[in-house]
Design a protein. Structure first.
Length: 220
């Protein structure tokens, strides 16, 4: 099964592109990649040529176009159940979907004040309300989500529900934010964050980001 095209933005800053890319790579399927470079005059037109929402990522598969990340994950999970994008256990699967949806819909203060940036580090700017109202509460809730999932469903591996799944994919950009902004995590949360950063697909994405020109510059 092939014929996929994934439209993404810069690896350095596009957190949603990272999620869509991780999900598709997790399946092992071959795909073409279309990069729309951010912060250039043609960026908006380039995205709108592929996406009815004006956002990335966009997954194309034949005549099917999917422009929303959780929908991309669900589509791929149906096509490739062996990829383990959702846990096999029903309770773990329901929990993984719940925390993925919470990540998808929430944490606006953290998103706004701690944007993903894989090319820079701003230690000391992450924790506390000095980063913006609500950021400390978001960090606390995310660490609670990680602790609860690991305690209830994570015994089979290093990740939230055991094996690397869609739930980890949804939180992967947050892990990078915590590193970029020097968020001081408790030992359990730090161990989980380290496992995500050491996951081979995450290492591949980060290495690609480090090779990009800074956002706004024209690549060679």
């Amino acid at each position: 099964m092939s014929g996929f095209t994934l439209v993404i933005g810069n690896r350095t800053t596009s957190s949603w592109s990272l999620r869509g890319w991780l999900a598709l790579k997790r399946t092992g399927a071959d795909f073409d990649e279309v990069m729309v470079w951010f912060k250039r005059p043609e960026t908006r037109a380039g995205i709108e040529a592929h996406s009815p929402s004006g956002l990335v990522p966009v997954l194309k598969h034949g005549d099917t176009v999917i422009w929303e990340t959780l929908a991309i994950i669900e589509y791929l999970a149906e096509l490739y159940p062996e990829a383990g994008l959702w846990p096999e256990d029903r309770a773990a699967r329901a929990h993984a979907r719940a925390i993925s949806a919470e990540m998808h819909a929430g944490f606006a203060p953290l998103r706004n004040h701690m944007p993903m940036d894989l090319q820079n580090e701003f230690p000391g700017q992450g924790p506390g309300e000095d980063r913006g109202e609500g950021v400390a509460g978001d960090i606390k809730r995310i660490c609670e989500i990680w602790r609860d999932a690991r305690q209830r469903f994570g015994a089979g591996g290093d990740f939230l529900c055991g094996g690397f799944s869609a739930a980890d994919i949804m939180f992967a950009p947050v892990v990078t934010r915590f590193r970029t902004y020097g968020v001081d995590l408790n030992p359990a949360a730090q161990a989980y964050a380290d496992a995500v950063l050491d996951q081979p697909l995450m290492r591949e994405w980060i290495e690609g980001a480090l090779e990009e020109p800074p956002p706004g510059e024209v690549p060679d």
